[in-house]
Design a protein around this ligand. Structure first.
Ligand code: LMR
Length: 398
């Protein structure tokens, strides 16, 4: 019966993480999957989350079903975090938001929705993009193309080519963009570049799909949402997926959101209805605990302020690791070898290492990067950075 089913070759990111967990190398270091580790090499439980957990344990509420669209307070807090408390689109009730099963769940529901209501539209992603973007959009039956993004010769953004490509797309094409901390390159558009791109998206009647998985890891919680808020102020329709996995260190709780910014309150209400229908036919309703934790934090001013401070700590630590690795590499290679590290932002850096070099780093030194050369800088710490720098320098010298 099932003989015709081909084996799954595995996911490039998840497979490496599994291999890392099984590896017995005494000095193994995980710089592959996007996990933030603290300086003691632990995936942190944020203090604000710990306090929310204690509050919830006291309340001992029943584990009932959430509505299809998710928890009301969570959705409100999420909207304010993404769009800003004083956002005109929130004031006008023009945003339809559902609680999603992580950022990936938001992407998939969004992709299904767009495939249904814009069946002729293709999706355009950056070259390169997060591997799973292609998988998710293809899974929803959408045709996928790439717009130019990363220039490997200069390790920088090919903005003119990107804009040139997007300027030729047919109306209703879906353009997947990352407002901050681009995965996998760590290279973001500047504000000036967004201000050039947004009118093009608007005039050509394209559908921007803003995927924000690392809010707060670039420049700050508000700063990283700047492109989304600028788009909202421009009065155009667009889609946002966001994830709290990283910035709340709540990966396994699968807490994200999908928001459609519509032209009117009535339109937003209709979209919300269809999003609920999509949820009901796929998984019925979203998980409860992450939403309870996050809404408790964001709905309690003292905990919300603490969250902001803890996100800042994570951001500052990542930046510090970037600077330290750059300095170590510079010292070891006696040239300006790794300037990219401090120019890029967020959890990831494109190192320019080839797949063969990455394989050597992993096999010989126990240092895990993705085979694309992407490094999760948030896996570095004071104790392992010297080993990473020495291993990279050996490979780069060879
Ligand atoms: C990553 O890119 O490593 C993260 O977003 C985790 C994942 O699911 O791939």
């Amino acid at each position: 019966m099932f003989k015709h089913i081909p084996p799954y070759p595995g996911d490039p990111i998840m497979s490496l993480f599994e291999a890392f967990q099984k590896d017995h190398h005494p000095r193994k270091i995980n710089l592959s999957i996007g996990l933030y580790y603290d300086n003691e090499n632990n995936i942190p439980v944020l203090e604000c989350v710990r306090r929310a957990k204690a509050l919830l344990a006291n309340e001992d509420k029943p584990h009932t079903y959430l509505p299809m669209e998710g928890m009301a307070l969570y959705r409100q807090m999420l909207q304010e975090t993404v769009f800003g408390k004083d956002s005109p689109v929130l004031r006008d009730k023009r945003v339809a938001t559902i609680q999603s099963v992580g950022g990936s769940g938001a992407l998939r529901i969004g992709a299904d929705f767009l495939k249904t209501y814009f069946p002729g539209s293709a999706v355009w992603v950056s070259d390169p993009t997060w591997d799973n973007h292609q998988v998710i959009f293809a899974g929803a039956g959408l045709e996928i193309h790439a717009y130019p993004y990363y220039d490997e010769l200069t390790n920088s953004l090919k903005f003119e080519q990107m804009l040139g490509c997007i300027s030729t797309l047919p109306a209703h094409s879906i353009v997947l963009l990352q407002p901050c901390c681009h995965n996998p390159t760590g290279i973001d558009m500047s504000r000036e570049q967004w201000l050039e791109l947004i009118p093009v998206l608007q005039q050509r009647r394209l559908i921007p799909f803003m995927d924000m998985a690392y809010q707060g890891f670039g420049d700050g919680l508000d700063e990283d949402a700047w492109a989304i808020r600028t788009m909202a102020n421009a009065g155009m329709p667009f889609v946002v997926s966001n994830s709290f996995s990283k910035n709340f260190s709540l990966y396994g709780e699968r807490s994200g959101g999908l928001s459609f910014v519509a032209a009117s309150e009535a339109e937003a209400t209709t979209i919300l209805g269809q999003l609920k229908a999509a949820v009901r036919r796929i998984y019925s309703s979203p998980p409860l605990y992450g939403a309870r934790l996050i809404s408790t934090v964001l709905g309690t001013p003292e905990l919300a302020a603490q969250w902001d401070a803890e996100v800042a700590q994570m951001r500052i630590r990542i930046r510090h690791m970037r600077t330290s690795l750059q300095q170590l590499l510079q010292h070891k290679l006696s040239e300006a070898a790794a300037g990219y590290l401090t120019e890029q932002r967020g959890m990831f850096s494109y190192t320019g290492l080839s797949a063969a070099e990455v394989d050597r780093l992993r096999e010989e030194q126990g240092v895990y990067l993705l085979r694309s050369g992407r490094m999760c800088v948030a896996g570095l710490n004071e104790a392992n950075i010297e080993h990473v720098a020495a291993s990279m320098a050996d490979i780069l010298r060879a």
